[in-house]
Design a binder for this molecule. Structure first.
Ligand SMILES: Nc1nc2c(ncn2[C@@H]2O[C@H](COP(=O)(O)OP(=O)(O)OP(=O)(O)O)[C@@H](O)[C@H]2O)c(=O)[nH]1
Ligand SMILES: [Mg+2]
Length: 590
């Protein structure tokens, strides 16, 4: 028997999946966290069942993007499979619309009334027995957070037999008998107004019926803590709310840079004994000479640079993004971007992959699946690949800026200008506007366990990818530097000086970013550059081609042609910005 977890967005499906399988999944307080199907197993009394976590879906009738995957999975279920429908107890009226639609499929089903811990603390009381009677399938009060309801769910799954809704006819709900349940015909107040579905009738019926049903089974309604509600109203409904969000973003950015700057010195100091040890071991193994220099410098740089430059930025960015996600601020930034204007022909939802890109751009490319069409996905993947600095890049940027005293405002202004200009050009070429309806989740107090889990999940790439890769490549870069190959490039010097005001070795540094952007300092930090040259080199590195993992992911998501376009544009942008800065910078006294 296959068990599929299905539900509307943000109802807690992934957290339920983690609770039942023990598999860590990313859980966040916004719609569209899961864009793929995750598989796991659950064992009850010795029998093992396959369990699938699916992307959120509002209705089977108008699924697109990741929701289409969910719809197909549901449609392919066999008669003996089971649907676990996760319903957010705090959002019953809307969530039950999908439940009613799923019942029509006449498949075995259990409804989990999830997040009852939140409901209880908000004094929300739901008559789950009455709800179960109406639906004709078991309804279990559940908390993915505390584990409440797991035993009952196991028992129901083992019972197996009475889970099919067809066994019991649904009671007809006479909507006109219940005050406030009939359609008010005030479409401006109805969230389904954006879709064609309302006039189609069918979805509207489900939503109307769900609203009425919720009214019948909610015995005492939500009484959320005042502080959070006041803050939420301030952010969502006042002009000052938008300013507060901007201020918060600024504080986050400031915190990040301060943390990276502050921790780097300490970590470098902490690693002095490690470097000494490496040097001693290599001296014992090799006589002084070419390989001795390469290994002692290459290995110690390969260890220190990832820990001092990349690790602090990765940790802090993961921490900040996890907090923003868990509180429920991320979609509010999406709305803010949408209000600022439809700048790139993409919906405000683009904030989600863009902000994830500040952590690592590879998962951010996958997250673009929440965007409504291929044109918008291409624009955002291109911006992510070329402009958005990942945590590692931010670490590299800040430490190289400090090392050479480079001009921060020039670098930031260049990045912003390229972001806007490139976005505008791509909009003209690929923009396909589409209306979007996006749900703002209730604000929550972030849960330490959740945030810690996400930092761990996001950070594990440091040990499996960043550290080994940088160690190997730093030895390779050392070989190139010590072998004197770079010196032979001197005859190219007049050309690179003329075009970019840079020595050819620095241009090699830029080209190295093809592999990993944060590799560039391995070369750059070994050169003697003046602040003006460093500013140009750092900006060219910050605005260049996507790193290898992003290339691979983009091929998977959008095909080779899209990657070729993005890589060519990346090269063109990097070379043009170097050329332009070289022309313009002397005017600023550089
Ligand atoms: N307190 C509490 N919070 C929960 C519970 N279940 C989920 N959450 C929170 O609800 C939010 C959404 O959880 P997810 O598991 O990501 O929801 P989802 O349904 O998988 O979301 P999508 O994949 O976007 O459709 C997160 O902030 C979770 O921490 C629960 O039982 N109790
Ligand atoms: Mg999910």
């Amino acid at each position: 028997m296959k068990i599929v977890i299905v539900g509307q967005h943000n109802s807690g499906k992934s957290m339920v999946f983690s609770r039942l399988t023990g598999i860590d999944t990313i859980v966040s307080n916004y719609s569209g966290t899961s864009v793929e199907i995750t598989k796991g197993t659950m064992t009850i009394n010795g029998s093992t069942h396959e369990l699938l976590d699916t992307p959120g879906i509002y209705s089977l009738a108008w699924a697109d993007g990741p929701a289409e995957l969910t719809r197909q999975t549901i449609m392919n279920l066999r008669d003996d499979d089971l649907i676990i429908n996760v319903v957010d107890a705090g959002n019953l009226a809307r969530n039950l619309a999908l439940t009613l639609e799923l019942l029509e499929l006449d498949l075995p089903m259990i409804v989990l009334l999830n997040q009852v811990d939140v409901a209880q603390s908000n004094h929300l009381v739901i008559d789950h027995q009455k709800l179960s009677e109406y639906l004709g399938v078991p309804v279990i009060p559940f908390s993915a957070q505390t584990g409440e309801g797991v035993a009952e769910l196991h028992a129901k799954i083992m019972e197996g037999s009475r889970l099919r809704p067809g066994g019991k006819p649904r009671r007809v709900l006479v909507t006109s008998d219940i005050t406030g349940c009939a359609c008010s015909a005030d479409c401006s107040r109805c969230w389904i107004r954006e879709t064609a579905s309302c006039s189609d009738g069918q979805d509207f019926d489900f939503y109307q019926e769900a609203r009425c049903l919720a009214k019948q089974v909610i015995l005492r309604s939500d009484n959320r803590p005042r502080g959070l509600q006041v803050l939420q109203d301030f952010l969502d409904k006042t002009r000052m709310g938008a300013l507060a969000l901007l201020l918060l973003a600024f504080i986050g950015f400031y915190l990040l840079l301060s943390f990276v700057g502050w921790s780097e010195e300490i970590i470098v100091q902490l690693f002095v004994p490690v470097q000494d040890l490496v040097a001693r071991i290599i001296s014992m193994m090799l006589p002084p000479g070419f390989w001795h220099t390469i290994l002692s410098k290459g290995i110690s740089e390969g260890i220190v640079i990832p820990f001092s430059l990349v690790m602090p930025a990765m940790l802090m960015v993961s921490f900040l993004i996890s907090i923003i996600e868990d509180v429920g601020l991320l979609p509010r930034y999406a709305v803010l971007l949408d209000r600022v204007g439809n700048l790139f022909g993409v919906s405000g939802q683009a904030v989600i992959p863009l902000s994830l890109g500040f952590g690592c751009r590879t998962p951010a490319v996958v997250a673009t699946r929440i965007l409504p069409n291929e044109g918008q996905r291409f624009i955002i993947i291109a911006l992510l690949s070329i402009v958005i600095p990942c945590a590692g890049t931010i670490g590299m940027l800040s430490s190289t800026i400090v090392a050479f005293n480079a001009y921060v405002p020039v670098i930031i202004l260049s990045m912003l200008s390229v972001f806007l200009l490139l976005g505008w050009v791509l909009k003209k070429l690929y923009g396909e506007n589409e209306e979007w309806v996006y749900e703002l989740p209730s604000l929550r107090i972030p849960q330490a366990a959740n945030v810690a889990k996400k930092i761990r999940l996001r950070f594990q790439g440091f040990f499996t990818e960043v550290l080994p890769l940088l160690l190997v490549l730093s030895v390779a870069v050392r070989i190139v530097i010590e072998s004197g190959v770079l010196n032979r490039l001197h005859n190219l010097g007049s050309l690179t000086h003329l075009l970019f005001g840079l020595p050819p070795e620095a241009v090699i540094g830029v080209l190295l970013t093809i592999i990993q952007r944060y590799l560039a300092p391995l070369v750059i930090l070994n050169l003697s550059l003046d602040p003006r040259q460093a500013t140009i080199a750092i900006t060219m590195i910050a605005l260049s081609v996507p790193c290898l993992p992003v290339v691979v992911m983009t091929i998977r998501e959008m095909g080779v042609k899209a990657v070729l376009k993005i890589v060519s544009v990346g090269f063109a942008v990097s070379l043009s910005i170097g050329f332009i800065l070289n022309l313009v910078l002397p005017g600023f006294g550089g």
